[in-house]
Design a protein around this ligand. Sequence first.
Ligand code: SF4
Length: 486
Amino acid sequence: MFKPSTRHNIPAGSSSAALEVKLNKRHFSFGEQEQSSRYRHRLNFYSKPPSLDITIDEFESFAIARLRVLSYIESLSHRSLPYQQFSSTVATYLKQHLPLASNTARNVDLEAERRKDEIGHWVLRLAFCRSPDLRARFVRSEVALFKHRFETDDFVERAEFLRSLKFDWELVDETEKMSSASQLRTCLGQGKEDTFKVESWFKVPWWTVPDLVGSRRVFIKGGMAYVPQSLQLSLVLQAFAARLERALEITAKNLPRLDEDERLGPVIEHLAASFLSGIGTSDFQPSENNAAVTAEMVDDVARKHFPPCMRNLYDRLKRDSHLKHFGRLQLGLFLKGIGLPLDEAIVFWRKMYGSTMSDDKFNKEYKYNIRHGYGQEGKRTNYPPRSCQQILTQNQPGTQDTHGCPFRHFSPETLSSFLLSTYPTLDRSSNDLKEIMDSVKNSHYHLSCTRVFELTHGIKKGEGLGSGESVTHPNKWTERSRDLEK
Ligand code: SF4
């Protein structure tokens, strides 16, 4: 679908739901440039591809911001939180990563917020249209995000937005309402006479509101479901989901053209991989308040504050005085991230190899790699610690390897005995272990990890690393754990 200067490459019959991108030296353009006042409403059904100039950086960073939000919502929805808690947790997270203010908000650049929201959505369509599973997960998360925004929207602005959608819902007139009064009253529940009098009803084909039909909250006659206005949200969400599903299928058909652009392809691939592993891209920035760690302190910090992946690596290193390449890399960068300086890292690794390795071999073969990890050799790149997404998806471990994520790469039996022996506070007979293993079965590895964090730190279920945040980076686990100890 994408090609440099591509207006001519888009077939005439191409649907507006397919994203059209024009490339020039510095910018992408989604079609023609438009006036800045394109966003009349806070809410958006994303019906028309945006016609905006954007930079490559924006293309990626806006999508990553939205990906974080969707991944976050997806992970929260698997934690069975009370709706109130779910909603307030999402609100806090959105404020930080993807704020979207009402028209009445002051001192806010509404245009910039809405532009970011819209572009992020359209870029993610490209990443998530590729398979039915990805499409379904994307639609579910987008619907949850839209629902949250709909429910928290300004009342007047929301009504105006709905009017702008021009839904062809058929209004039930008063005569028809009265002729089916007893059935309609039953839908509202007993003792709702006042509500019945003021309630207005829409008629829609029954198959467009399966949730309402399933929960017997609508009256069906002649193939039409009678939906009270108070359940309008369900209709709106259904319409949002149906349109998005259709649009994703159309985008998928056009997708092969995207592969022709070597700059966008890898970005899109990366976004999809992040979502598949159940987490958004997560960069780790060490907190400035973090106390440095010395080689001497590592053992104590490991026992109290290492996440399962690093505990596994550290315990194996202690036992065998050896780790294979990717294990050394994963643990070494993690240790750098928790504040182990280069000179202390050299002391640490030398001590861990002990008498199994001569000083000469260590200096020649291993010291270079440690210095390399700290950006002191070779290309002098200061490599960041690996995120969960990288650990879960890159360099898959073989049977002899110890790197990777225990939740993803251990067998269920090995994982449960590893967790029970590493974290003695976990109770084999309680429901917690079962819950952790169930999340693993459903490929929600980071949720299992987050639950282990909560259980081993005496934290209320749903709180995660704080404000409901899931574990997306081993160093974040350790940083939060050390903060809690303070
Ligand atoms: S989810 Fe992340 S932090 Fe937890 S064990 Fe796996 S890789 Fe480590």
